[in-house]
Design a protein around this ligand. Structure first.
Ligand code: ADP
Ligand code: MG
Length: 759
């Protein structure tokens, strides 16, 4: 009788609970049970069966592979190839476990070139499905067909007509694993996964043609012919529009102390738009996943093109075979590579500089907002009619360029302080291009003739602290000291600057300057004021019982909406805050190019428009609106806690240990990762990296250009006075530079800061 998985689970889960403390008896599992458990690991779902079969075809030297799938692979998977076929004599043991033509000794693993090597795939399929093989080898007049069950032939191979190669049919997958079959039936059909898989194979193996279709369908969902180039293959599979937005990329290293590898591939440019990352990775010809690499690339994208979409990546990495351990994952989905960290860093850097240089020719209104809350409100690229289409490649006359330290140690602090692996290493940003973009919009039409606005502008001018202004104009950005403070160097002094308050002031001044002349950030789905205001009100009084005050809140929200609707025209005309007739927020002003506010603060912002704005006099009204926009656009820390350091606690999932018994069999060895909410963590990492990038590449360049620091800001103090400072000067061995090592203390953490300061 066949037992199913559930039965196995209940037995093993019940025994430890038995009241007597007698140890349970250990029994040897029946071989068929062992095999079925093992099979469930190798063939986890229909798409993994397809992967194994197609890899066998590739190993057999096929140049044409076609796949037919019925019921998401549960009813039928059929893979036909024109490879070398299988010898008649080998058919009896073909589907036994650990029979393979690809490996003889363990040492062969070091240099293995074929996809398969364990001799487990076909065997596994016979334990969880019905396998039929039809094959013919070169020079034979006819082929053979034979079916298998539980590793053995069901009958002698029958002669049959056959075309060159092998056809393997797997029917009724998981017929004997009730639980697995159920979850797969409930879950989304595996067919899209199979199409995805073949698409990836197709663009890597450009000399092989692939087709994939549903049983009975006329049209194939993947259909490629051998292509002349990788880009052509990508065109065939992912379409011309994707291929158009790709750039070629290469990276390599040949230093045995770091890493030895070379990589080539294609990555999407700033013009590519997608909601999800597509990462197609081959390491030594194997299609694999590598989460750290994917993460590093996403960070590079969000840091370089802060508002761009998720990337499309095709990458082929080659390493010396002895640097790759292919035997770490039951489905070979992952491989382990030597010096992974260094390789990931090198690739990340290569991508960053590629993006930086290509970024110059991007039309910069093509930006999307990336944020936690608005991911469901959905913000799309700015398509305002009046938005400029100037590109950043426009030259700025040299005499108008902002002066910076020629060696530009900007961001250097990062290099010393960050020890997160795979994270941004020191980069050479294309500051000029950022600066260009910042100054481009300045020659727009004159502000409307409103005396109150002129007065506000004059207030700013007459209030400038000139000492500070000199510092701001001629300083160099060193890095972030903590979440709120950035370090600036001016001559031989270091200054701590509160990023939040400086950015608030800068944004305020920009609003006054651009008054009536904003480009717009368009929200793709309009955001209903009611919901946003309710959200803000609920957040305001978190401690009062949530529902009982909702009526009151609703009233307040409605009053606010009434007010905002009355002022809608003014908000739109002067501040580009557009509220439509249906009481939805649809547009926001672009206050600084390349910067979109953190959309998590929209509710709070709307509430402050209602509550904090003084609508009585024109001047006060404009000033308070500008201040509200200023706080909204300021560079506050993201809502999600900073995952580096203690913040990581926030991302640990609460693991309910009681329900996990018996589910362990499918897990592979990195179980500790499972306790972390990876998606949220990735989101947080991106948000923080993005903010850091914006501070360095948008806020500081703009600040040098535009900020008129008011007298009240003159509390920026030389670092030596603010912090307990111990400094010493040393000559680094072999280096020319004079290095000053400064110990500084932020929140009770002593850190070393190394600066090569001329003095
Ligand atoms: P592995 O690929 O790890 O060797 P498999 O169970 O996938 O193990 O396959 C067992 C053997 O069957 C392979 O080593 C190969 O010799 C043969 N084989 C499987 N599929 C094909 C095919 N499509 N064409 C030719 N030979 C095949
Ligand atoms: Mg195989």
């Amino acid at each position: 009788m066949e037992r199913d998985e559930n039965e196995l689970l209940t037995i093993s889960a019940a025994e430890p609970d038995a009241p007597s403390r007698e140890p349970p008896t250990i029994r040897r599992l029946e071989e068929s049970v062992v095999n079925r458990i093992a099979a469930g690991e190798v063939v986890q779902r229909p798409s993994s069966a397809v992967k194994e079969l197609v890899e066998n075809s590739i190993d057999a030297g096929a140049t044409s592979i076609s796949v037919i799938v019925k019921d998401g692979g549960l009813k039928l998977i059929q893979v036909s190839d024109n490879g070398h076929g299988i010898r008649y004599e080998d058919l009896p043991i073909l589907c036994e476990r650990h029979t393979t033509s690809k490996l003889t000794s363990f040492e062969d693993l070091q240099t293995i070139k074929s996809m398969g090597f364990r001799g487990e795939a076909l065997a596994s399929m016979t334990y969880v499905g019905h396998v039929t093989v039809t094959t013919i080898t070169d020079g034979q007049l006819h082929g053979y067909r034979v079916s298998y069950r539980d590793g053995v032939m069901e009958h002698e191979p029958k002669p049959c007509a056959a075309v060159k190669g092998t056809q393997i049919m797997v029917e009724n997958l998981f017929y004997n694993m009730v639980a697995r079959r159920k979850t797969l039936q409930n879950a989304n059909d595996d067919y899209p996964k199979i199409v995805d898989l073949l698409s990836r194979f197709a663009i890597y193996h450009t000399n092989t043609s692939f087709t994939c279709r549903k049983h009975g369908a006329n049209k194939a969902d993947v259909n490629t012919i051998a292509a002349s180039s990788r880009l052509n293959a990508i065109k065939m599979v992912y379409g011309v529009s994707t291929a158009r937005d790709l750039m070629e990329i290469v990276a390599s290293d040949n230093n045995p102390a770091r890493a030895v590898f070379d990589m080539d591939g294609f990555i999407s440019s700033a013009n590519y738009l997608a909601k999800k990352t597509t990462m197609i990775l081959f390491i030594n010809e194997r299609q694999v996943e590598c989460t750290p690499l994917k993460r590093a690339i996403e960070v590079a994208y969000s840091a370089t093109l802060p508002k761009a979409s998720k990337p499309f990546i095709f990458m082929s990495i080659r390493l010396p075979p002895e640097h790759v351990d292919v035997n770490v994952h039951p489905t070979k989905r992952e491989v382990r590579i030597l010096n992974q960290e260094s390789i990931v860093n090198t690739i990340q850097d290569a991508i960053e500089s590629k993006l930086m240089s290509s970024n110059n020719t991007r039309t910069f209104h093509m930006q999307t907002v990336n944020s936690t809350m608005l991911s469901h409100l959905g913000v799309k690229k700015d398509i305002q009619e009046n938005s400029s289409t100037v590109t950043k490649s426009q030259k700025v006359p040299v005499n108008k360029m902002v002066r910076t330290d020629s060696r530009d140690p900007s961001g250097r602090l990062l290099a010393y302080m960050q020890d997160r692996p795979g994270y941004q290493s020191e980069k050479v940003p294309d500051l000029a291009s950022v600066r260009n973009s910042v100054r481009l919009r300045r020659n727009s039409k004159e502000a409307p003739e409103l005396t109150s606005i002129h007065e506000l502008a004059r207030d700013i001018d007459s209030n400038v602290h000139f000492g500070l202004q000199d510092i701001v104009k001629n300083c160099t950005y060193v890095g972030l000291a903590d979440e709120n403070f950035a370090l600036l160097q001016h001559n031989t002094h270091l200054y701590l600057v509160n990023v939040v308050s400086v950015s608030k002031e800068l944004m305020y001044q920009q609003v006054i300057r651009r008054f009536g002349n904003f480009n717009a950030i368009q929200l793709s789905d309009s955001a209903p004021l009611v919901e946003l205001l309710m959200m803000a009100l609920r957040e305001e009084d978190l401690d009062s019982a949530s529902d009982e005050n909702d009526d009151l809140r609703k009233k307040i929200a409605e009053m606010n909406i009434g007010l905002l609707m009355k002022k809608a025209e003014l908000l739109d005309e002067y501040f580009s805050i557009h509220i439509d007739e249906q009481q939805n927020l649809t547009r926001l002003p672009a206050v600084l190019d390349q910067h979109t506010p953190d959309m998590d603060h929209v509710p709070e912002f709307l509430l402050s428009l209602g509550n904090d704005v003084d609508w009585s006099s024109e001047k006060d009204c404009f000033q308070t609106i500008a201040a509200a926009i200023g706080s909204f656009y300021s560079l506050q820390p993201p809502v999600l806690p900073n995952p580096s350091g203690d913040g990581i606690q926030f991302y640990k999932k609460i693991v309910d240990t009681g329900t996990n018994i018996g589910k362990e069999s499918n897990k592979h060895d990195d179980a500790s990762d499972n306790d972390i909410d990876e998606e949220l963590l990735a989101e947080a990492e991106i948000a923080w990296a993005q903010r850091e990038w914006t501070i360095q590449h948008v806020l500081f360049p703009s600040m040098r250009l535009f900020l008129k620091p008011p007298n009240v800001m003159a509390t920026m103090e030389p670092l030596s006075r603010l912090l307990h400072l111990k400094s010493s000067t040393r000559f680094l061995k072999g280096a020319e530079a004079k290095i000053r090592i400064i110990k500084f203390n932020i929140n009770d953490n002593w850190s070393d800061l190394l600066l090569d300061i001329p003095y």
